[in-house]
Design a protein around this ligand. Structure first.
Ligand code: FES
Length: 106
């Protein structure tokens, strides 16, 4: 697990771009928990951290494709990587290379 940010750095309902071990990650704090996924949309490179988040899905701001933040599944063959998140004592940690099992409560 690698330190990503402080819990207060991401307001509820928003996403942030972070870089961990050279990988660009979009970190989201939602009503259903914290999620970390690949930051770049597989369609045409849209910035997923700037997308609209609802429940456990993010919609890419460029062409409105939605991705499940739990599984990374999108439309058709499109898919993004998901990563485990832990919140400890007000600090958020992400494990790059470790698939997300379940969201951490917001
Ligand atoms: S770049 Fe994300 S939907 Fe097109």
């Amino acid at each position: 697990m690698t330190f990503a940010c402080r819990e207060d750095d991401v307001p509820p309902g928003e996403g942030r771009n972070i870089t961990i071990e050279g990988r660009r990650i979009a970190l989201f704090r939602t009503d259903t928990g914290w999620y970390a996924v690949d930051a770049v949309c597989p369609h045409k490179g849209g910035p997923l951290a700037d997308g609209i988040v609802c429940d456990h899905a993010v919609t890419c701001p460029l062409h409105d494709r939605s991705f499940d933040l739990r599984t990374g599944e999108g439309p058709g063959e499109d898919r993004i990587g998901t990563y485990a998140v832990e919140v400890r004592a007000g600090e958020v940690y992400v494990a790059v290379g470790v698939p997300a099992a379940s969201p951490v409560a917001a």
